[in-house]
Design a binder for this molecule. Structure first.
Ligand SMILES: [Zn+2]
Ligand SMILES: [Zn+2]
Length: 153
């Protein structure tokens, strides 16, 4: 993954907010100006359609407002606004890692390209993402990364 994101590493400021405006996210530091998509069963269920995210260094992130964290697995949490339900981030917590933010919170992220799609062989019929971004099947992804056993339908 690091080779894939290397050309997209940036240092700077990004401002994001949830739908109701109660949760504000400021990134002031290192982030990756590119989006990865996941079609695993948990991501499909949580997002309802397509899960996509971009990474920001934990030390660069400031969050204010009513955040609810859901421990979606032994090693990761998914966070949302307690008031309006907007999805905010997914993050590995064992150990704590970068934030993986929902790009829709950040107006500037609308310019970010799609660079990866994992669980590509489990994408629902109504989602077909064009382009020559890197794709990995479930087996290819799970051979190299943490995953939740039996999660994918
Ligand atoms: Zn909200
Ligand atoms: Zn997923």
């Amino acid at each position: 993954m690091s080779d894939l994101v290397a050309p997209y590493r940036r240092t700077g400021t990004l401002e994001g907010a949830c739908l109701c405006g109660s949760v504000r996210v400021t990134i002031d530091g290192d982030y990756v100006a590119a989006v990865g998509v996941c079609h695993c069963g948990m991501c499909q269920r949580w997002n309802g359609v397509v899960f996509g995210c971009f990474a920001a260094s934990a030390e660069a992130v400031t969050i204010t407002g009513p955040v609810t964290r859901h421990a979606s697995s032994e090693f990761a949490e998914r966070a949302f606004c307690a008031t309006c339900g907007s999805h905010l981030w997914m993050r590995n917590t064992q150990p704590e890692d970068d934030y993986e933010f929902m790009p829709g919170l950040f107006p500037d992220a609308a310019e970010f390209p799609l660079i990866s799609e994992i669980y590509a062989d489990h994408a629902p019929a109504y989602v077909s993402l064009a382009g020559d971004h890197k794709r990995a099947t479930r087996d290819e992804y799970e051979a190299k990364n943490l995953f939740v056993e039996g999660d994918t339908p």
